[in-house]
Design a protein around this ligand. Structure first.
Ligand code: ZN
Ligand code: ZN
Length: 370
């Protein structure tokens, strides 16, 4: 298992916030859209996405810290999504990679097709509530003219004469230890077991052609930036009726103008004037679920956080996070003469010392502190 902390360039005791910031910065830098065709950047991107996926989840991070591994034990969906079955699995990172991860093992028959990856852009609302989205991908599909066999119409692939269709050949050789028998892929048929003597003109014997396909994706509610949904079997098909790979839909959530996601909570920064903060106010707040009435108490300080329960992001257990309204009290930066006079009156009432109205005096005072 790779070092996830090193992948994100953070220390082992980094806070959740530091980890998130490091991930966001790297994800922007390394995103396939920003680095087209750069295989090293793509590999780093996957590594970073996976590292973040583990470290942003307190439970998985703790497991990783203790055991040095992060793979959830056994089957089952570690995120609790996918109850609808079908297109459900959630992955945050891409473990396998392209081109059939099992190529190194002895196998025969047509190889499995590649896994594919696409990026899906979502708004925060779509990510929070889930959505249906079309996903377009350039992929390999069975050739219609030869139904994937690779052989021209009216012909069939022939059994390979070298391996008799096994795809494997055994070689016997003499060594000082006696006879050694080794098995390896048949080089005559590339371990396919069959040979296409008259290739299909459309696919040139490949049994597959490249096409643009659109799949309808059920995006589960609560999905976060950097996570991915796996569409099992929606990757490229292998040559000559080889099994299809998977399609990983990598989710990118656009920043929202009013809400920032923190785990399952949403944070909204609410700016109040100092008079509203001092006197209190009742105001409306547009949440993702519609308008909510917000009561600001008298004497509310900057930094105060109001919590609107269950107005955040859905959790795997069906509950929802909260909407946190973080108060920022704005000091007025330009005052009319009337306002200036009223404030001076207020300061006098409260016995507070303020700068005199004479600006020349104030400028001199300021320069004395330089
Ligand atoms: Zn064909
Ligand atoms: Zn063969």
């Amino acid at each position: 298992v790779a070092d996830h902390y090193a992948a994100l360039g953070v220390s082992r005791d980094a806070s959740a916030d530091e980890i998130k910031k490091a991930y966001r910065r790297l994800a922007r830098e390394l995103h396939p859209d920003a680095t087209p065709g750069d295989a090293a950047a793509e590999a780093r991107f996957k590594e970073v996405a996976h590292a973040y996926e583990v470290l942003c989840d307190p439970e998985r991070r703790a497991r990783y810290d203790r055991f040095g591994t992060d793979e959830p034990g056994g089957g089952g969906d570690p995120f609790g999504f996918g109850d609808g079955g079908g297109l459900g699995d959630i992955f945050n990172a891409f473990f396998g990679g392209a081109g059939g991860g099992f190529a190194g093992q002895a196998q025969s028959g047509p190889p499995r097709g590649s896994d594919l990856e696409v990026v899906l852009d979502l708004t925060l609302e779509e990510a929070v509530f889930g959505t249906q989205a079309p996903v377009q991908v350039r992929t390999a599909v069975p050739c219609g003219d030869c139904t994937g066999s690779g052989a021209a119409a009216g012909t069939e692939p022939a059994t390979c004469p070298q391996c008799q269709g096994a795809g494997q050949v055994r070689r016997v050789r003499q060594s000082i230890l006696g006879q050694m028998v080794t098995a390896g892929p048949c080089d005559r048929c590339n371990a396919m077991g069959t040979i296409v003597e008259t290739p299909c003109a459309t696919c040139r014997g490949e049994g597959r052609v490249v096409e643009e396909r659109t799949y309808q994706l059920d995006v589960p509610a609560g999905i976060d930036n950097g996570q991915a949904v796996r569409l099992s079997g929606r990757g490229a098909v292998g040559p000559r009726r080889g099994a299809p790979g998977d399609l990983y839909v990598h989710v990118r959530v656009a920043p929202h103008e009013r809400f920032e996601r923190h785990g399952h909570d949403l944070v909204h920064e609410l700016h109040l004037s100092f008079t509203q903060a001092a006197l209190g106010a009742a105001m409306k707040l547009e949440t993702l679920d519609g308008e909510e009435q917000l009561v600001i108490d008298r004497g509310t300080q900057s930094g105060r956080v109001l919590r609107l329960r269950s107005r955040g992001v859905p959790k795997p257990n069906g509950r929802r996070g909260d909407l946190l309204v973080s108060v920022v009290v704005d000091t007025p930066t330009s005052l009319s003469d009337d306002e200036d006079a009223l404030l001076r009156q207020l300061a006098e009432l409260r016995g507070e010392e303020v700068a005199p109205a004479d600006e020349g005096f104030f400028a001199k005072l300021k320069s004395a502190f330089r």
